[in-house]
Design a protein around this ligand. Structure first.
Ligand SMILES: *[C@@H]1O[C@H](CO)[C@@H](O)[C@H](O)[C@H]1NC(C)=O
Ligand SMILES: *[C@@H]1O[C@H](CO)[C@@H](O)[C@H](O)[C@H]1NC(C)=O
Ligand SMILES: *[C@@H]1O[C@H](CO)[C@@H](O)[C@H](O)[C@H]1NC(C)=O
Ligand SMILES: *[C@@H]1O[C@H](CO)[C@@H](O)[C@H](O)[C@H]1NC(C)=O
Ligand SMILES: *[C@@H]1O[C@H](CO)[C@@H](O)[C@H](O)[C@H]1NC(C)=O
Ligand SMILES: *[C@@H]1O[C@H](CO)[C@@H](O)[C@H](O)[C@H]1NC(C)=O
Ligand SMILES: [Zn+2]
Ligand SMILES: [Zn+2]
Length: 601
């Protein structure tokens, strides 16, 4: 579920069956009038419910990315959002109390049929305190900012969210190129497990809630019940985490990168207590399961409510993120040293050098997620993390170290605040020759991004390797990657992808799943290296040779039954090219360039 703040229940009014009809704005006005009447008289007029019910928006927030193009172009969505946000802030200033506001949001969520009742109630209950705190404690808060963040995809621009990180002049010296790859470290990347303690085989596989296979949902029928390990569209059983550990240990691994998201998608009923329990359980498993060091980061699902990281020591402890930083500081300590404590406690990020010559910089990129309500309160580099990144990269450059950056959410999509992505890109450009690899999670599918030179967009200068997940929530088979990393240069030499057929594994619940290597990146795409230049050329080749994109489509979803049975059409293929070539939201020059090549071939 793409989780969005409940105020935006209002803005979905632009959708539904009415969107093409001329009386759309009439209905909208009627709703506005209904609320005005309700709030002045205290009596809810009958026509209000009736007007609201005309928009049936089942699961709207789960698929926000597929908004109709028409709305995007005329900016109507931004306008409606702004009206809604302003009216909410106004109601609050007029003295509407927490209970009333929650009640109104819950009613709206249910009347519009956005989610089933307990999902509406639960999600609103756990988010309302933060949202109201933000409104109450920021008298100059501009409601339109909410729209600028949440609807970044729609190019809303009511406030100018901007800040700058100082990046020193110059350029990292060019590092040694690819050397003989016979001597490599094997680095396992595991990501997005979403380990679901309530996952229950035999429960219904397709349900109306955002997460199925839950112990408190109904039993499934023949052909529609959850299997032993996991399901497409759901999270995974604890058994599958154990199974991943068993199988990964049959491979020869030197380190593990875990790139976040432990907690399940039962986002309407998280709590600090329950999240802590599952995070602890997972790290116990990693500690017992791996004999090699594990370097971990935070995912956006780890806080409760999800996505919320606050950089403000003055907030009440019930709203603070400190519990999470303190928890992971403790859980990660087995693999770290005392010197990481300060930055983990401050914001969940750290740096460590696992072997001489290699430096890991482990970021908490969730702080720039557009669904973090705390971003409404201040325009600054959250936790001064990017500033810190610059200082660590400068030190690494001076020492001649090679740097791997680990993050959860990749930049470039609508999920990451544009200004954060822009500043991050500046930093990557400045230290391109020091950064030999970027590793992200969050996407749940196998992907990558090529970074380009800001002053010459034809030059590929860096690469981020994103995703592949253990969870099958986005219809990909469970998987992980093993990177071969040169022992001298720490360049990434190749990437092996491991997966198994989930349908088949569920059909044979008493056997281990049949893991197999689905592809090696270099072989699959005929590359001599994975250096930025070759990856930049790969994108051009893909734009010319569409069968490479068709092949990628299968790798992206790891040959899952769903991917095998769907065709990635031209729009879908061009979408992939844009995903690979966009790392600052809205900066689409390279995407447009590749699409043009695609259309000519
Ligand atoms: C409007 O709908 C809500 C939610 O279904 C319900 O609680 C309320 O009683 C309804 N009000 C009227 C006037 O029908
Ligand atoms: C957004 O508005 C600011 C001024 O408020 C302007 O400088 C900026 O160019 C606008 N951005 C877009 C994408 O329209
Ligand atoms: C926490 O977990 C317990 C046991 O699984 C469950 O009964 C409880 O409802 C959960 N709490 C929340 C807020 O979901
Ligand atoms: C980007 O291009 C400029 C101008 O050609 C050059 O000076 C700079 O070194 C390039 N940056 C990288 C990271 O290669
Ligand atoms: C996965 O397994 C199912 C069930 O055994 C089978 O029908 C399907 O063809 C397999 N998928 C692939 C891509 O091999
Ligand atoms: C296009 O890509 C396919 C699949 O990767 C490959 O088999 C084929 O040789 C390529 N064609 C050309 C003209 O490069
Ligand atoms: Zn995830
Ligand atoms: Zn995530």
């Amino acid at each position: 579920m793409s989780v969005i703040f409940v105020i935006f229940c209002y803005l979905v009014l632009v959708f539904g069956q009415e969107k093409t009809s001329n009386n759309f704005y009439d209905i909208l006005n009627k709703i506005r009038q209904g609320y005005a009447e309700y709030h002045s008289t205290g009596i809810r007029p009958g026509y209000l419910n009736e007007s609201l019910s005309r928009f049936q928006l089942a699961h709207f927030f789960r698929d926000q990315k597929t908004l109709p193009r028409k709305i995007i172009e005329d900016g109507a969505l931004c306008e409606v959002c702004n009206v809604a946000a302003e009216s909410l802030v106004q109601e609050r200033k007029n003295g509407m109390n927490n209970v009333e506001i929650r009640g109104e949001m819950e009613t709206l969520c249910k009347l519009l049929n956005i989610e089933p009742g307990r999902v509406c109630d639960g999600f609103i209950d756990i988010n309302a305190d933060i949202i109201l705190y933000v409104i109450d404690n920021n008298p100059n808060f501009s409601p339109g900012k909410l729209c600028d963040l949440l609807l970044q995809n729609q190019q809303c621009n009511f406030t100018n969210i901007d800040w700058i990180v100082d990046v020193p002049d110059g350029q990292s010296p060019i590092r040694p190129g690819p050397s003989d790859s016979s001597s490599t470290y094997k680095i396992l990347q595991v990501t997005d497990v979403h380990m679901d303690l309530l996952y229950t085989p035999g429960k219904v596989r397709t349900c109306t809630e955002p997460l199925c296979c839950q112990s408190d949902q109904e039993d499934g029928s023949e052909g529609n019940s959850c299997g032993r390990w996991a399901e497409y569209g759901s999270d995974i059983s604890v058994d599958l985490v154990d199974e991943m550990l068993r199988f990964a240990n049959t491979l020869d691994i030197n380190f593990v990168y875990f790139t976040g998201d432990i907690v399940s998608h039962r986002v309407w009923s998280t709590s600090v207590e329950n999240n802590s329990a599952v995070i602890k359980l997972f790290y116990d498993k990693l500690q017992n399961g791996f004999k090699v060091p594990v370097y971990s980061i935070l995912g956006n699902h780890e806080p409760s409510p999800l996505n919320q990281f606050v950089d403000d020591n003055s907030v009440p402890s019930s709203l603070s993120s400190q519990w999470l930083f303190d928890l992971v500081d403790q859980e990660w300590s087995k693999w770290l040293t005392e010197s990481q404590k300060e930055t983990i406690a401050k914001g969940g990020f750290y740096t460590i050098s696992p072997v001489p010559g290699l430096r890991l910089i482990v970021l908490n990129s969730n702080v720039a997620y557009t669904e973090c309500w705390w971003l409404l309160t201040q325009d600054k580099d959250p936790y001064d993390q990017l500033d810190w990144l610059v200082s660590i990269l400068s030190q690494a450059e001076a020492k001649g170290e090679s740097v791997h950056i680990l993050g959860h959410i990749p930049t470039g999509s609508g999920d990451i605040m544009k200004v954060w992505g822009r500043e991050f890109n500046k930093i990557v450009n400045r230290f391109a020759n020091t950064i030999t690899g970027q590793f992200n999670g969050h996407t749940h599918v196998d992907s990558f991004q090529v970074y380009y030179n800001i002053s010459d967009l034809s030059q590929a200068i860096n690469v981020a390797w994103n995703g592949a997940s253990l969870v099958a929530y986005d219809n990909a088979n469970p998987s992980f990657k093993v990177y071969s990393v040169d022992k001298d240069t720490f360049n990434i030499v190749d990437i092996d992808q491991w997966t198994f057929n989930l349908t088949k594994a569920n059909e044979n619940p008493n056997n281990y799943p049949e893991w197999y290597k689905i592809y090696s990146f270099r072989d699959a795409f005929g590359l001599s290296t994975l250096q930025p230049k070759d990856m930049g050329n790969l994108l051009i080749n893909m734009a010319k040779n569409h069968s490479q994109l068709a092949e990628y489509h299968l790798y992206r979803y790891k040959n899952s039954d769903i991917a095998v049975n769907t065709v990635c059409d031209q729009d879908c293929q061009k979408g992939y090219l844009c995903e690979f070539s966009t790392h600052v939201f809205g900066e689409t020059s390279n995407c447009e360039y590749l699409k043009k090549i695609y259309d000519q071939n």
